[in-house]
Design a protein around this ligand. Structure first.
Ligand code: ZN
Length: 81
C-alpha cells in the first residue's frame, strides 16, 4: 500500500493504537484487582447485623433497611466494584 496517510495522520493513528493498548492494560489491571478484592471479601452470608451500620437485625440478613442497602450499593459503585 502506498502512503495514503500523511505523516501527521500516521502519528495520530499510532497514538490511537497506543491508547487502545494502554486501555487494554488498564482493563487487565482492573480485572486483576477485582479478583483480588473478591478473594479478600468475606463470603456473602446473611448475618444478624447490618453490613452497613452494624445495627442488630431481628432476623438474618444483610442490611437493617433499604436505605442502608442503597448506601452500601452506592459505596460499592463509587469504589467501582
Ligand atoms: Zn443499617
Amino acid at each position: 500500500m502506498g502512503s495514503i496517510f500523511g505523516a501527521r495522520v500516521k502519528r495520530r493513528l499510532r497514538a490511537i493504537v497506543d491508547e487502545a493498548d494502554r486501555a487494554a492494560e488498564y482493563q487487565q489491571m482492573f480485572n486483576d484487582q477485582a479478583l483480588e478484592d473478591q478473594k479478600q471479601r468475606p463470603a456473602l452470608i446473611p448475618d444478624w447485623k447490618c453490613r452497613w451500620c452494624d445495627a442488630p437485625l431481628e432476623r438474618k440478613g444483610f442490611y437493617c433497611d433499604s436505605d442502608c442497602e442503597e448506601d452500601a450499593r452506592k459505596h460499592r459503585q463509587m469504589r467501582g466494584i
